[in-house]
Ligand binder design. Sequence first.
Ligand code: DMJ
Length: 670
Amino acid sequence: SGAATAGSPRRDFISVTLGPEEAAGVGGYNNSKAWRRRSCSRKWKQLSRLQRSVILFLFAFLAVCGVISYTSMGETWKSITNKSWDDQRTEQEIPRLKLANPAVLPAPQKADANHGDYPELSLQKPPKPPHVRRGPSNLQIKAPRRDTRLKTRHETMRAVEELVEADKVEKTEKSIISWRGAVIEPDQSTEPPSSKIMELEKPSPVEPEDQKEPVPINERQLAVIEAFRHAWKGYKDFAWGHDELKPLSKSYSEWFGLGLTLIDALDTMWILGLKEEFEEARKWVANDLVFDKNVDVNLFESTIRILGGLLSTYHLSGDSLFLEKAKDIGNRLMPAFKTPSKIPYSDVNIGRGTAHPPRWTSDSTVAEVTSIQLEFRELSRLTGDEKFRKAVDEVMKHVHILSGKNDGLVPMFINTNSGQFTHLGVYTLGARADSYYEYLLKQWIQGGKKENELLEDYMRAIEGVKKHLLQRSEPKKLTFVGELAHGHFSAKMDHLVCFLPGTLALGAHNGLAADHMKLAETLIETCYQMYAQVETGLSPEIVHFNLHAQKGHKDVEIKPADRHNLLRPETVESLFYMYRFTGDKKYQDWGWEILQNFNRYTRVPTGGYTSINNVQNPSNPEPRDKMESFFLGETLKYMFLLFSDDIDLINLDKYIFNTEAHPLPIWVPA
Ligand code: DMJ
């Protein structure tokens, strides 16, 4: 029996009353079997009938319970013994997965990270094979966050990924950007600094995977870094702070006088991890980049290279210097939009605040006025100043309803007074129209796939391409994109058109027609053949395809005036998209061949690379003595990304590349 001792300070205890013999230890202790049996039967007989019945009932009840629990334990045992050793292990070793998949470098940790039920798990994501994530992430099924009844090793791994995903979704803390581990304070992050930010268009949050250490770079990426360093050496030694390097004459050329190559290359240095070079270039931007200059600049070129380059570098580095410079140049370009039609002039004097069309015409180029939108829209989002976005949206709305299109294909010129297309009847996806098509899709993606007019125009245009511009060459039957001039098809294709496979693939990745991907696959093969069928393995600026089989003729013909190569990026750009979306290594191999041929025929020993005049003459490709800024801004950047197996190295569900390869954030992640 038990009782609380009354009167004393409250202390709960149990007292046990023992029989007198046992308590005193008297009477001796006889534990023989016979004594115990006799004693038991004597006690049993002393009990009343009722007491005996109760005891018997209790025994019977306990026996039944015993049988039931034995049966269910047997089932459990059977299932355990049937499982493989691996399966059982995963159930017991969830907390130890971290050790089973050690990171190459420890991922940066957050002090306030919420790691859920398994504290160690969310610190490290198990290595994910490349290309495992297909399609927009909002179409991917996510497991309930805390459901961790794991059955197999495979399920364990998947559940770990899902837990990490779920954790990421729940994180609301401010972005912290790092240079391979070096943290930049949140107040420098790329949240729009203005309080007037457009409510619906918040920046896509930088998720933990953006902060993880990058996958180690491979041999081919190292070769790109080496090429970049070589190009940079030439620029630094002979053209520092000027627009373009002339690597043979060891001097420079000036276009706008704004350090074009340096600005174009900033985010490439960031992505390649060239910290020292980046810091040096940053100093130049801080101390020497001045836009208050009496100089005429081309609106399109300075937008895609300078404004685009500064904005993307701001996003990658979180350094507000670049945003300040972007605002400055953005404001100085605005006078271009003061035209009777609101279709901007081609040229602006950024010091005087005046703008004008080229001397010989009042027309602007269609591609130019419709390929500045990603940059100005982003500038509005970052500054909260709507004027940038309004100006460029107006152009798109105007072009959307303009007559003169042919099944979505646009002419090449538009008049700044009347706002009408001019030179009607000529349709190309090459020079003067190319990036109109590219920016239809990319603006739609940038804005979170809500602006239907952009999508309509894009889809219609691709139908127009299929209907009017696609043909197949002989003998290899390569599908190519020709041109249409007043109803006549021309089998001419600019190298510039090779942006198209990448754009089509990007559209398909974002949920557009699957046949766009098929077309992308056939077109990238053609673009590759534009290199492979040429003596130097480098593409000319323009090719003509043979429509009829002729003995001894290849698919690709090159006219003497078209056989130069300007180190352009479009084919490697598309190879990058194709590899990202398919994982087919042949695209990397093709890009590798191209890099080697650039090294073979365009590399200048004293530093830099040069455009060449004759891709058909391997013994004398006739160097032109100029390294275009897009070689560093685009070509080498896309090469580096192409050779990478890290889909988070500029994740295409989070960033959209402008037409000069400067990544800008997608406002609402897919
Ligand atoms: C770059 O300035 C841009 O890619 C533009 O869209 C086309 N021309 C060059 C590269 O070829």
